[in-house]
Design a protein around this ligand. Structure first.
Ligand code: SF4
Ligand code: SF4
Length: 163
């Protein structure tokens, strides 16, 4: 009898655990802004992938720009395909865990050496999340927005950006 009760609770735990798991899919394409939000355009197929509502993105300090190549993991949450993580450049940026809960974002670690910066304005254009601004002819990175993708480092002609 006792064994049956233990087995029942084990079975229940497996059901509950399985019920919380999302079916995670992957897609690679370009990120474009359309009327209804942000869309990943894949050459193989077209799909609408939502990063979350504008309010959610603003609260997470996420400000996207169109990029040519992005890889995403996504799942169906609240009847919408929602991004769990994405890769622009080299790093995977995780937004939600495998159950769909938002993860607290960490600060980026890229910095500009102001003494080396020649103010060419290339790095702000390369940043996919608008984390770089020019102040008095020098680039400044907002660590709260930076996702550590490394694209600005590649764009700098004088090697002024590093981790
Ligand atoms: S590493 Fe550079 S390009 Fe990438 S998000 Fe940070 S500031 Fe922007
Ligand atoms: S790309 Fe390099 S030199 Fe040009 S603005 Fe950015 S940090 Fe300065």
């Amino acid at each position: 009898m006792k064994k049956n009760i233990v087995l029942f609770f084990l079975f229940l735990a497996v059901i509950l655990f399985a019920g919380n798991k999302l079916e995670i899919k992957e897609l690679t394409g370009s990120l474009v802004k359309v009327a209804e939000g942000w869309k990943i355009k894949s050459e193989a197929k077209e799909d609408s992938i939502y990063f979350g509502t504008e309010e959610q993105l603003a609260s997470k300090n996420i400000e996207l720009k169109e990029v040519d190549k992005i890889s995403v993991k996504y799942a169906l949450i609240d009847d919408k395909n929602t991004i769990l993580s994405y890769v622009i450049g080299e790093n995977e940026i995780v937004l939600r865990d495998s159950e769909g809960n938002w993860i607290e974002s960490k600060k980026g670690s890229y910095k500009v050496d102001a003494a080396s910066c020649i103010g060419c304005n290339l790095c702000p254009r390369s940043c996919p999340v608008n984390a770089i601004t020019m102040v008095k002819g020098k680039a400044i990175i907002d660590a709260d927005k930076c996702i550590d993708c490394g694209l600005c480092e590649d764009s700098c002609p004088v090697g002024a950006i590093s981790k």
